[in-house]
Design a protein around this ligand. Sequence first.
Ligand code: ASP
Length: 469
Amino acid sequence: MQRILTKDTTKYLGKKVRVCGWVNSRRDHGKVIFIDLRDRSGFLQVVFTPQDKKVYQVAQKLRPEWVIEITGEIAERPKGMENPKMETGKIEIKVKELKVDSEAKTIPFAIDTDGYEIGEEKRLKYRYLDIRRKRLQKNLRLRHQLVKFIRDFMDQKGFVDIETPLLTRSTPEGARDYVVPSRLYPGKFYALPQSPQQYKELLMVGGIERYFQLPRAMRDEDPRAERQPEHTQWDFEMSFVEQDEIMDVLEEGIVKLTKHLEPLTGKKLLAKPLPRLTYSETMKNYGTDKPDIRPEPKDPNILAFAWIIDFPLFEWSKEEKRWDPVHHMFVLPKKGQEKLLDTDPGKVISTQFDLVCNGYEICSGSLRIHKRDLQEKVMQMIGLDLKKAREQFGHLLQALEFGAPPHGGAAPGIDRLAMLYAGEPNIREVIAFPKTGDARDPMMNTPSEISKEQLKELHLNIEKEKKKK
Ligand code: ASP
């Protein structure tokens, strides 16, 4: 008999059905045993009576989180026994057959709460149990809706979903690279991408014109509660556009996405079209470039998306005593600003635009440099000597000499968006298997050591850290 979901059982009054799932809870009322069966769609009350001895004996052993299959008849609950809080609260299943698929040990924490009260280390160690929690089930399903909407939207707008490599070389986005040693080339390493930035620009040179991908971006940064070593982006790039056209596409996506998710989230936009604020006025008025522009008191059901524009191209690094890019080294200065590169680099305004929401940065985007001489100039200004720049970025510099279209794009953070739509305080709540704030996975117990043989094969020698005296 085919299994049906508990939420559909209401359509089968008086009929025989088969349902499967986990024992959520168990109550014994005299001789009668009640179980709430949980599956991905909800709950159903299961009733065992002593009449059928064989089934009843097994039922007596059932404990929370055992996995069972039940065949039985859907019946109305006796008067006064209905539970209006349950979708299937007017009915129950009277068991004919019971099969135990799996027994379960007592689980290490409660999963019928929202889980915020449980230590993170424990939750992540047993993440597969944590995911049984209603809140996480909801978050992961919401994230699915969000990702699906973005893919469909980008498809409708003529963007092509293209995968770019994970094993690559350094793609600087301002963090350290995660590196992968090469077995075949002793002493050489791949780097995991901090973003597909260079690939997507090369796809523009390749004539794709509209690219998108939901890639993982990997950045080896110092531990911080809000940080994940890998995050997912809504990465896109377009050719033959002005800055406003890129912002318009993303804005349309955000407006439609918010509306699409509203039945699930109850969240609305503060303003439409999204407000556009300049960097200098934002800094003056809010003291940060990620302002929360919601009026007081801050309504958690309002999403105050806004644009920040007219960023400077460079910021002065006191430590390094040189100019650093405010976003990255491929950002195009605004029209008419190029002269300032020689005379007053700190004053150069760029085509960078940031999308912010409720005090979080969602993304930076920009037009890109598509001329080799300008790209080399900017590279030198940020402290790369020409020889090194050509060695590290030769492929890109060369591509710019083979007919590169003007282009630009952005890459909103999917985890951040999912967090805001789900109303969660942390991105870990919308990632199935996140790492701790200090980049560990307590469940897989990683990072971990590798065997001597593996090290040898990879031509690696581990230096023991000297103990501090
Ligand atoms: N690659 C950039 C980032 O990861 C986004 C972009 O400029 O498109 O922030």
